[in-house]
Design a protein around this ligand. Structure first.
Ligand SMILES: Nc1ncnc2c1ncn2[C@@H]1O[C@H](COP(=O)(O)OP(=O)(O)OP(=O)(O)O)[C@@H](O)[C@H]1O
Length: 243
C-alpha cells in the first residue's frame, strides 16, 4: 500500500507539487490523471526516492523512501519516461544485468526473462542489441526490466505510449495478472479508455494538487457527468491533457 500525505516539491520558483495526498491499495490499479505539467512524473519520482520532497509524508508498505531508499527500490518497479537502455547490450544482456543488480540468481533470472518476454511478446528482440530499437520496442524492454523482480509495487509513467495494439493488450494482460497477485499499481496516463478498462481507482491531480480520488463511476457521479473524459475536464477545469 502506498500512502501519501500533503507532499510538496518546488523546482526553484515552480511549485511542481503543492499538496498531494492519496492512498493506493494493494491488488488494485490506480490511475494518475492530470493535465500536462500537473506533477505526475514529479510525484512518481518522489515516491521512489529519486527526488527529495520538501514537505509531507510518504509510506510504501510502512517505509519512507527517503529514509530507506534501498528497501523501497527492492519492492518497487518504476517505468520512467526515460528508459535508460544500454545500446551496446542485447535485450537479454540488459535484463540479466538488471536482474543480477536486484539480487536474482541466474537460473531463476533466465526463467523469468522467458516469462516476461512471452508476456510482452519480445521473443524477436531478445537477442538483438537495443541500439536502433523503435519506441515500442524500447518501452517493452524497459517494462520487462521493471517486471523482472516481481515488485510488490509498480509505478508506470505512461506505459502504453508508442505501443501497438497487440502490445497494449499484452500490457493489459500483464497488469491484470499483477493485480491478481496483489501488486499495488499506480499508472500515470492520458488515455481514458485505459483508465476505464483497467483502473478501479483514479487520482486526479492538477497544478500539483489532488483534485479528486475515487472510482471512475464515483468521479462521474460526483461531477454529474456520465463520461469519464468529460468528468475529468470538469474536475481540472480545463481542456488540457486529453489524448
Ligand atoms: N527538474 C525540473 N526542473 C524544473 N522544473 C521542473 C522539473 N521537473 C518538473 N518541473 C516542472 O514541474 C511541473 C510538473 O512537471 P511534471 O513533469 O511532474 O508534470 P507531468 O504531470 O508529468 O506532465 P506531462 O503530462 O506533461 O508528462 C512542470 O511545471 C514542470 O515544468
Amino acid at each position: 500500500m502506498i500512502e501519501v500525505h500533503d507532499v510538496r516539491k518546488k523546482f526553484g520558483a515552480v511549485q511542481a507539487l503543492g499538496g498531494v495526498s492519496f492512498t493506493a491499495r494493494d491488488g488494485q490499479i490506480t490511475a494518475l490523471l492530470g493535465p500536462n505539467g500537473a506533477g505526475k512524473t514529479t510525484l512518481l519520482r518522489t515516491l521512489v526516492g529519486l527526488l527529495k520532497r520538501d514537505e509531507g509524508t510518504i509510506s510504501i508498505d510502512g517505509v519512507d523512501p527517503e529514509k530507506d531508499p534501498m528497501e523501497v527500490r527492492r519492492n518497487i518497479g518504476f517505468l520512467t519516461d526515460q528508459f535508460g537502455l544500454y545500446e551496446r547490450l542485447s535485450t537479454r544482456e540488459y535484463l540479466v544485468y538488471f536482474g543480477e543488480l536486484n539480487g536474482m540468481k541466474r537460473a531463476a533470472l533466465d526463467q523469468r526473462i522467458e516469462e516476461v518476454s512471452a508476456l510482452l511478446g519480445m521473443e524477436e528482440i531478445l537477442e538483438r542489441r537495443t541500439k536502433g530499437f523503435s519506441q515500442g520496442q524500447r518501452i517493452k524492454v524497459a517494462l520487462a526490466r521493471t517486471l523482472l523482480h516481481r515488485p510488490r509495487h509498480l509505478l508506470l509513467d505512461e506505459p502504453s505510449r508508442g505501443l501497438d495494439v497487440m502490445s497494449t493488450r499484452a500490457l493489459r494482460t500483464a497488469l491484470h495478472s499483477l493485480r491478481a497477485d496483489g501488486c499495488c499499481v499506480i499508472m500515470a496516463t492520458h488515455v481514458m479508455q485505459e483508465v476505464t478498462a483497467l483502473c478501479e481507482d483514479v487520482i486526479v491531480i492538477a497544478g500539483g494538487h489532488t483534485v479528486a480520488q475515487g472510482s471512475p463511476e464515483e468521479l462521474c457521479r460526483r461531477t454529474g457527468i456520465a463520461n469519464l473524459e468529460d468528468a475529468f475536464v470538469s474536475l481540472v477545469g480545463t481542456e488540457e491533457g486529453i489524448a
